[in-house]
Design a protein around this ligand. Sequence first.
Ligand SMILES: NC(=O)c1ccc[n+]([C@@H]2O[C@H](COP(=O)([O-])OP(=O)(O)OC[C@H]3O[C@@H](n4cnc5c(N)ncnc54)[C@H](O)[C@@H]3O)[C@@H](O)[C@H]2O)c1
Length: 409
Amino acid sequence: MPETVTASVGSRKLQMDESGRLGRRGFLKGTLAAGSALATVPAWLATSEAQVPAGKKLRVGYIGCGSVSHAYLPGLAEADFIELVSACDIVVERAQKAAQQHKIPNVFPNIDAMLGGPKFDLLVNTTSMPSHYPVNKKALEAGCNVWSEKPMALEVKDAHELLELAKKNGVQIWAAPTCVTSPQFRFMSDMIQSGRIGRATAGHGTYGHEGPTWSAWFYEKGGGSLYDLGVYNVTTLTGLLGPVKEVMGMTAVMNKTRKVDDKGEVTVTADENTMLIMHHGNGVFSHVQTGFVYFEPERAPSRERQLYTVDIMGTEGSLHVQGWDWSPATVDVATRGHSILQPQCREKWPYEWVGGARYVASCLLTGRKSLITAEHGLHVLEVMNACHESQRTGRRIAVESTFKWPIFG
Ligand SMILES: NC(=O)c1ccc[n+]([C@@H]2O[C@H](COP(=O)([O-])OP(=O)(O)OC[C@H]3O[C@@H](n4cnc5c(N)ncnc54)[C@H](O)[C@@H]3O)[C@@H](O)[C@H]2O)c1
């Protein structure tokens, strides 16, 4: 059974603001305080944001004010337990614009200047992937906690260094994605761990689109479809089926050049089409297909998407995620005796794919353990790099790192 607490919950109807985002704290306050019907609320939900003592604030520095910052910053700015202290981007006009929009008092053109300015407790790093490691390292050295977009570093040895640095300085580092905090992930994990689908034997994940159009780095060394997109499925499948022991993979560049907004025509050197096979031990396999070369007609209305993007097969049943694992809609379930797929777990809340920084901020303020862990992020990086090594060498690659699994329990 999952760890739960009982709380009074009124309507579980979920509300979105006009930008389509869900107001987590408002929802929690409303549902946990109000009400009639008794419902069971997972402890990790009831004890994250809703448990932050009134008036307590975490100071946050934000670096990398590009595309994804437009999705991150509103959620951080509206959280009453977060104080946005500084904004930073090497294209300083972007940081200035973000600061203006979200009333951030200090603007910096690089990480050194930012760390030399007003102090903050948590750095939120949404710079380009090749910048993650050097920026994360400087922040940890300065004694800041770090929420990093994925991956936290490009090399496994660098990720180990970051984890050690964090430990040495008494701070923490976490990397996106946030998939393991979704209700659908929890539902699937419970189905597997309780034996409801028998023995889980295999998994499949697919995530791709036509490729980003705004920045060149996606197509250069340190970019690629696996780090940018496949990482979600690798996180979900390792989270559900356990740490990976060995990997085989193939990657391909499909276009000699691409046109992007910031640099015009660029030569493509990073993977655009990737196939990754994982062995989770004891004969349990999963695979991830990901690419920047996929037609994707249903991209925008991801929650309404009906195609399955993650499948888990067991000896007594199967689970199929409608919507993306980073924005899941339902988990459709078939079990022996009930073999027509039934949509289950329509719960949309508490989960946001850009909610990770907010989530770890609440963990820092409450002392709660995060479901997202640095060790899992490092393991996912090692699996992805093993895929690249398998492509280079034509060999099956052993994976050494591991993480606490199952995630719940
Ligand atoms: N764009 C999305 O929809 C999306 C979604 C999920 C995750 N992500 C992840 O977010 C990260 C950023 O993606 P993006 O699409 O916003 O990229 P982007 O290129 O639009 O933005 C990156 C920003 O970081 C800045 N930057 C780069 N190096 C820096 C450094 N050393 N110091 C300060 N600023 C620096 C760039 O100038 C740019 O403004 C990536 O890890 C990506 O995988 C993006």
